[in-house]
Ligand binder design. Structure first.
Ligand SMILES: NC(=O)c1ccc[n+]([C@@H]2O[C@H](COP(=O)([O-])OP(=O)(O)OC[C@H]3O[C@@H](n4cnc5c(N)ncnc54)[C@H](O)[C@@H]3O)[C@@H](O)[C@H]2O)c1
Length: 368
């Protein structure tokens, strides 16, 4: 499909009645993340929330109240929502195991899709999604909002320009002090790795995507160890890990060391999340936008202006970008290739730990 066809198809799906009409948005899964996406979308110009869907009545009621301005139709079966002609764009924020099924159904119904991360939790289902999304005339964007962060965009463009020389290694982590709330509203799916994809796929997919982006490649192989190290069978029946360490060997030769834990004491230094990328002339602290030359006596070099450094990431930038893609036919920052690559990177690490062996990208057989 050429660009003009894409724009025409895009606008047709955006509005059943014409390009000047607001984009009709439908929300599937209106829990924690879905209600955030809904509130943020309500603040965007040129969008009307025409339908909301959740299987939990309290969640559905809350979503309908939040969007009362637009008087959305309510559903507990997402397939009925997809039948609505006035729904041009669908936001999917259901548990992770449902993402692929719902995204494929929405694309096949001719809708634009903003689907929360991860794109999918198994290589087979991601392979199916890639085929459908690539053949689709509508927009698919995955909810990896770091891609819309202007500070990261600038810092990573400096890395691409060679500020640290040729990249050779990277080190990243996602350390939390606590496990997810064992009695929280997501307990029905989060601790079940068959539903969440495990914590590496459900959460660290953001960090691993940042690694792929900054390194400018994707891994060939992964090996590592981990499991439920502290919260053993807690909550009961838990199959998620709570700590692991992984090594990735990237197609461009960069080696990545990555850890995720849920028991980093708050007062112990070096917690939280970071990504350091090492090159032949120095290293970049990607989150901080700082370059540290290796030469003795050299000073750190800010990669962002003081104004850029001060700017807070825009909450709505990723959603605004999605709506812009619908209107203009431009390529989303977190398109199917970004989403599938990030999810497969996380799955590769997970499988290396589960199967106690080195797992390679080729084994997935997903054509991107
Ligand atoms: N991008 C981000 O930073 C970010 C942050 C948090 C969560 N997420 C992702 O968003 C998704 C949802 O996470 P959450 O924290 O909102 O979980 P949640 O449990 O609060 O919400 C999930 C909602 O989906 C509903 N649901 C389940 N099955 C459904 C079905 N068949 N049809 C319609 N609705 C259904 C549930 O009833 C629930 O209300 C997950 O994939 C998560 O990884 C992304």
């Amino acid at each position: 499909m050429n660009r003009r066809d894409f724009v025409v198809a895009s606008l047709a799906a955006a509005s059943a009645s014409g390009a000047d009409e607001p984009i009709g948005a439908g929300f599937i899964g209106t829990g924690n993340r879905g209600s955030y996406l809904l509130r943020t979308t309500l603040n965007q110009a040129g969008v009307k929330v025409v339908a909301v869907c959740d299987i939990k009545p309290d969640r559905l009621d809350k979503a309908a109240s939040a969007a009362a301005r637009d008087q959305p139709a309510t559903f507990n079966d997402y397939r009925r929502l997809l039948e609505r002609k006035d729904v041009g764009a669908v936001f999917i924020a259901s548990p992770c195991d449902l993402h692929v099924e719902m995204a494929i159904a929405a694309l096949q119904a001719g809708k634009h899709v903003y689907c929360e991360k991860p794109a999918g939790i198994t290589p087979e289902s991601i392979g199916r999604l890639v085929e459908v999304a690539k053949a689709s005339r509508t927009v698919y964007q995955v909810g990896q909002q770091m891609r819309a962060d202007a500070k990261l965009q600038k810092t990573i463009s400096k890395i691409r320009e060679g500020v640290a020389g040729e990249l050779i290694m990277a080190k990243a982590q996602r350390h939390a002090g606590e496990d997810l709330d064992h009695d929280g509203p997501s307990k029905d799916w989060f601790f079940d790795a068959k539903r969440s994809g495990d914590v590496i796929v459900e959460m660290a997919v953001h960090n691993l995507d940042e690694c792929n982006w900054a390194i400018g490649s994707r891994p060939d192989r992964a090996g590592g160890f981990g499991g439920a190290l502290l919260w053993k069978d807690d909550p009961p029946g838990r199959t998620n890990m709570d700590g692991y360490t992984l090594s990735y060997d990237y197609a461009n030769g960069v080696k990545l060391s990555f850890t995720q834990i849920f028991f980093h004491p708050n007062r112990l230094p070096n917690g939280g999340q970071y990504l350091y990328v090492y090159g032949t002339t120095g290293a970049v602290d990607v989150g901080a936008g700082m370059y540290y030359p290796r030469a003795r006596g050299s000073q750190p070099v800010p990669l962002l202006t003081p104004e850029e450094q001060k700017a807070r990431p825009l909450d709505n930038a990723h959603i605004a970008g999605f709506l812009e893609c619908i209107r203009t036919g431009s390529k989303p920052l977190a398109d199917i290739e970004v989403g599938a690559t990030a999810a497969l990177t996380a799955i590769m690490g997970r499988e290396a730990i589960y199967q106690k062996r080195v797992v390679s990208w080729q084994e997935f057989g997903v054509k991107l």
